[in-house]
Design a protein around this ligand. Structure first.
Ligand SMILES: [Zn+2]
Length: 417
């Protein structure tokens, strides 16, 4: 928080537009400055769940029923809203549900989601383009196109074969979140915090990290247990990202967020923490609400002998949530998390990982979809962040890591020749 800067902007705004008869322009209001800034800088978001949103609503012909090249009524991302928000690069999440670790089909699902996103880009070549490198992403932005970069959410997509890393690298995947809501063959999950299968990474997981370094795939530590994050950061020859994680400082006991110790460790190796916009990641009130809701729900189910998913339970949930809505964060809370990382480790280690289309109605007031990034920029400007700082947060920091990972892979390829 830098209150003096906010005061200064107010003073400047109150100043007369024209002095001594010269044509001095009035300083722009922060909202307008933010809008122009969002248009000028590249905004690269570490985690957007468009692929699974489309996958969950496929038509009988197997094609998505929503056309994100046009304005959509649902969801948080589409082309017109992306343009409004000055948005540029979405790391499209190739999300693999943990159930597939047992049932099989993880790799096939990942391939089908990549196929789908490539087709979405192919079908609207004037609006979208794939971005397998920073250079291509920058070129796409110059050409006025929104880039789809690819990140796999859940390393289960490689099943039990290291060779599949090369397959996905060749398909354009540029980061892999090692696991998701359950421990997998690679890593313990945040959900098993303190009592995981591997006490961090598995022996196979350690090989996976080394191979990802070699191939040019960024290591994403979002969703991992603290031990696994610590080990991945230590083991990786390159900086890691947390593609959609916020600060545990604001949400004590919430394992998906990063404690200060791990934010420091990630930054010390040059990595980036990309702040998640979901309210449960931002403010502690959501956890309190959810715990109360859980207690009440379980008591009701027990009293009436009801099972999960029954119509009575569904009706009870609807009524309860209508009477006790989930508390919502505000765009200022996202800025609070950014401030926290900046105070801890400086401006070079924070980014944006909205989780748009992944956290449903829990997005903060003022940051409900991709059209609203300028609201966040306005708050940051009001807090005294420079435009150069904001550019680092918007894309500069994650691009730095992405470039380092690309360069390292290029060197290991030429060394292997
Ligand atoms: Zn996630």
């Amino acid at each position: 928080m830098r209150p003096t800067s906010a005061l200064l902007s107010l003073v400047l705004l109150a100043a007369p537009a024209c002095t001594h008869g010269t044509n001095v322009q009035a300083p722009l209001e922060p909202a307008e400055r933010a809008r122009l800034l969002a248009r000028r800088v590249i905004i690269a978001d570490g985690h957007v769940d468009v692929p699974y949103r489309l996958h969950e609503a496929l038509g009988p012909d197997g094609a998505p029923t929503e056309d994100i090249s046009q304005r959509t009524t649902g969801g948080d991302f589409d082309y017109p809203r992306a343009v409004e928000g000055g948005f540029d690069v979405a790391f499209m999440s190739i999300y693999i549900p943990a159930e597939l670790q047992k049932s099989g089909g993880a790799k096939a699902l990942a391939d089908s989601l990549i196929d789908m996103m490539e087709k979405v880009a192919r079908d609207a070549p004037d609006k979208f383009a794939m971005a397998p490198s920073v250079e291509v992403a920058e070129r796409n932005s110059q050409a006025g196109k929104i880039s789809f970069a690819l990140g796999i959410e859940n390393g289960a997509a490689i099943e039990d074969r290291l060779e599949n890393l090369r397959h996905f690298q060749q398909r354009g995947v540029r980061y892999i979140t090692l696991t998701h809501t359950e421990d997998n063959l690679i890593s313990d999950s945040a959900a098993s915090q303190g009592h995981g299968t591997w006490n961090g990474l598995s022996p196979f997981g350690k090989q996976v990290v080394a191979e990802m370094n070699r191939l040019g795939i960024m290591v994403d530590v979002a969703h991992l247990s603290d031990d696994a994050i610590r080990q991945a950061v230590d083991l990786s020859q390159l900086p890691v990202i947390a593609s959609h994680s916020s600060c545990r400082q604001f949400t004590p006991g919430y394992p998906r967020n990063l404690p200060d110790e791990l934010i420091r460790a990630i930054a010390a190796r040059g990595g980036v923490v990309m702040i998640n916009f979901g309210s449960s990641f931002l403010i502690p009130e959501v956890q309190v609400h959810n715990r109360q809701f859980d207690t009440v729900l379980q008591a009701y189910a027990k009293e009436h002998g009801l099972t999960k998913g029954s119509p009575e339970i569904k009706a009870f949930i609807d009524t309860y949530l209508r009477d006790h809505p989930i508390p919502l964060a505000r765009v200022e809370d996202v800025a609070n998390h950014i401030d926290h990382v900046v105070k801890l480790v400086g401006i070079d280690h924070v980014g944006l990982g909205s989780d748009f289309d992944g956290v449903g109605p829990s997005l903060p007031t003022g940051l409900k979809d991709v059209s609203q990034y300028p609201n966040l920029f306005r708050v940051l400007l009001e807090r005294g962040y420079s435009e150069t700082d904001i550019e680092k947060i918007a894309s500069g920091n994650v691009f730095r890591v992405w470039r380092q990972v690309e360069a390292y892979a290029a060197t290991s390829r030429s060394a292997a020749r």
